[in-house]
Design a protein around this ligand. Structure first.
Ligand SMILES: *Cc1c(COP(=O)(O)O)cnc(C)c1O
Length: 375
């Protein structure tokens, strides 16, 4: 379930508080007019919650990917390997820093294939960018080992699986940095927004400066006299989003717990009738989506129509496959990358992603599972 299902009273109170404190909506300065720095507090509790050294709130998940790539030193002509089941944002971020996107196929977990990624590494590869799709971790152990051997950095796109873990570590904190999204459809939301998390001081420092016009935010100087070493851009979040983010983060445990109950009720109803997406060993998933693998096209259509008629719908597969599979992206990728994505397209065409909604009850999911079993 996404955070927008339980947004309301608490978030409204937090927004009102920002106005009653003086209405400063900007992250920096205006000390005389404000009582709090909500974005900085959001970042602080984020570090505690996810056990990482640095968190930087930015304007979107897409921005978080782009800024982190720049911080990792990706330059025009470098290659960045990402995956064919994805959201278009990673490819846009890679292209926007002047680098060349290289597309790895996915395995039965529907996340980055380690085997395929290894084949794609060249002397130009600067970063591997695995994407933890729809609540489930990529095989991070093998990917980290691969990157270490080749001295390549790893940026985790964890826009879709905030709160999930792999071998006891939160996704986004295993690679050199993690990029998270709080857009309106994500696990927790601030409307638009993102976070870059890392344990690397240098990466954090670059991101912090770059997202704020190069400002070093020197505490000894007023902002107007602040120092700079690099040029940047404006990818800042607003205080309203920071205030909402703190509230939504508090709801994350509840969201995952409630997801799990519904997910398990659905599994119980299905009673092993269908093949499922593979979940890597050592994963703690967030149970927001259950993916069935159904190779028979007629049966697949029947299931998708059933999900639609019962008000559950599907989550990207198949309804938005065009935005989530690089085989469709000939407007931004080379012919070669589009063509090698076809293998993933074939796999994704057998997948049906069932969303887990809070507004539906455990019994709704149990009954859905039973009706699908008998379809
Ligand atoms: C949502 C998403 C993004 C982009 O996040 P925005 O906040 O919408 O810019 C990037 N990657 C993946 C996998 C996503 O699902």
């Amino acid at each position: 379930m996404p955070g927008f299902e339980i947004i309301g009273k608490e978030e409204k109170r937090a927004v009102n508080k920002v106005f009653s404190e003086g209405g400063v909506l900007f992250a920096h300065g205006f000390e005389a007019l404000r009582k709090n720095f909500h974005i900085r507090q959001f970042e602080k509790i984020f570090c505690k919650r996810f056990n990482c050294r640095h968190s930087l709130a930015v304007s979107s998940g897409t921005a978080s990917i782009k800024i982190a790539l720049k911080a990792m030193g990706v330059k025009p002509g470098d290659e960045v390997i990402t995956q064919a089941f994805n959201f278009i944002a990673t490819v846009e971020a890679i292209v926007d820093v002047g680098a060349i996107p290289i597309i790895a196929n996915v395995d039965d977990s529907l996340n980055m294939s380690v085997e395929d990624t290894e084949k794609l590494i060249t002397s130009k590869t600067k970063v591997i960018l695995p994407v933890h799709m729809l609540g489930v971790p990529a095989e991070m152990n093998s990917l980290m080992q691969l990157a270490k051997n080749k001295k390549i950095k790893v940026l985790e796109d964890n826009c879709e699986s905030v709160g999930a873990k792999y071998n006891g570590k939160f996704l986004g904190t295993i690679g050199h940095a993690g990029a998270l999204s709080f857009d309106f459809g994500k696990v927790i939301t601030t409307g638009e927004g993102g976070m870059i998390i890392t344990n690397d001081y240098k990466i954090d420092k670059y991101c912090r400066e770059y997202h704020d016009h190069g400002h070093e935010n020197n505490p000894k100087l007023p902002r107007g006299k602040d120092t700079r070493k690099i040029y940047g851009f404006n990818y800042r979040m607003t205080e309203l989003q920071g205030a909402i983010g703190k509230v939504q983060l508090n709801k994350l445990n509840f969201i995952i717990k409630e997801n799990k109950k519904r997910y398990n009720a659905l599994l119980k109803g299905l009673n092993n009738k269908f093949l499922l997406r593979k979940i890597p060993k050592g994963s703690n998933i967030i149970y927001d989506t259950l993916i069935l693998i159904v190779k028979n096209k007629n049966l697949r259509n029947k299931i998708v129509n059933h999900l639609k008629s019962k008000g559950f719908g599907t989550k990207n597969l198949p309804d938005a496959i065009e935005w989530h599979c690089s085989a469709y992206w000939n407007h931004i990728l080379s012919k070669k990358q589009v063509s090698r994505s076809k293998k993933t397209k074939e796999k994704l065409e057998t997948a049906i992603a069932i969303p887990v909604w809070l507004k539906k009850s455990l019994n709704d999911y149990l009954q859905l599972g039973k009706s699908l079993k008998n379809i």
